[in-house]
Design a protein around this ligand. Sequence first.
Ligand SMILES: Nc1ncnc2c1ncn2[C@@H]1O[C@H](COP(=O)(O)OP(=O)(O)OP(=O)(O)O)[C@@H](O)[C@H]1O
Ligand SMILES: [Mg+2]
Length: 415
Amino acid sequence: MINLRPKVRIENLVKIYGENPQHALHLFREGGNRDEILGATGNVLGVADVSLSINEGELFVIMGLSGSGKSTLVRCINRLIDPTSGHVYIDDEDIVKVSKERLREIRRTKISMVFQRFGLFPHKSVLDNVQYGLEVRGIDADVRRQKALDTLEVVGLRQWADYLPSALSGGMQQRVGLARALATDAPILLMDEAFGALDPLIRRGMQEELIRLQRDLQKTIIFISHDIQESLKIGDRVAIMKDGYMVQVGTPQEIVTNPADDYIREFTLDVNRAQVLTTGAIMRSEQQFSLQRGSARLALEDMQDLSRHHMFVITDGKPVGLLVRDELEAAVGRGVQDVHQVMITDFPRVQADMNLEQVFSIAQDGIPLAVVNDGGKFEGMIEPTDIFAGISAAPQNDRQASAAHRHATSQQLVS
Ligand SMILES: Nc1ncnc2c1ncn2[C@@H]1O[C@H](COP(=O)(O)OP(=O)(O)OP(=O)(O)O)[C@@H](O)[C@H]1O
Ligand SMILES: [Mg+2]
């Protein structure tokens, strides 16, 4: 569960690299862009006035191309880099203003970081690598050994504790790096391109593992990626950066269905929408027929009044049957009274948080799906055509790309 309490809050953060950042900052405030500032001062605008609020328990992804300022932004969060201007609040404490001593304390207790190249000590065993973060925190030998073993268990590497990192594959080494960060119990995890060095297949496995770990551990994770597919897959929310600026922050669905500008639209063309969009986003909450209301004739009148071809029959809030208008009409014509005799009872049921890819395989030709909650109560319905429209809908002002994309997406689904 994401708590709507901000854990990390970034306010108007600016980072300028170079000799005279204050002068460059002045130019920036006057409206100068990155190139102008570089030309006039030789200084590099790394992060340009970024404000963000990251909630407790959120898996928050910062995405952008190389040089867009992702690492700079994240390193300002634990002040590996000092911002030129602005604030970074962790639990409402502005870490830009704290003393050196307090900063050390915050780093020890609240934040841990996982790096792209794992950062493991080659001559230390896997166990000692995982213990390391606890050792520097001054934790007892017995306690830290047990904690390290427990955390290795969590990432599935308990039996590798006594090996050297070189005996492990890249994906396993990255899990050791992750275990080292997790073992500290720090509530905030910063992951800078943590999966960047992994093979695609292993990388996908790690993404799933991170989602699973996050569900169990409830950390606040700030994850950097330059891969849009990865970002939209794992992020509760995704922030997209360009040239130091924050261009859009939103849920994966918001970014795919409502890109803020052409730059982001361009990115989302490559996205497999079926994986990003959920059933809840396209479901219709149309009227259903209550079984208590009675006869087949009444049901038919409802469907005619509402111009509906399909209607779910509900009792106690749960869908129990599906009416198809043509069949209902024929049955009423034959004098059938009881709705039970005409309704289809083996219609598919899906949940609102399933993505369209999962739902696509369940959908049968022409029959709508009932969307139900955990308790089996009716939440809405979707038609198979809704699923297809949701998957293939592409930006409207780019029709050619959209047609090509639609084609590509349907190919992908068929194969
Ligand atoms: N120490 C530095 N001195 C000068 N400029 C720097 C320094 N570190 C980063 N920059 C510049 O700041 C900008 C943002 O860099 P940053 O490393 O934050 O980008 P990034 O999004 O993490 O890129 P990547 O995906 O390649 O890791 C870039 O233009 C980079 O050249
Ligand atoms: Mg970087």
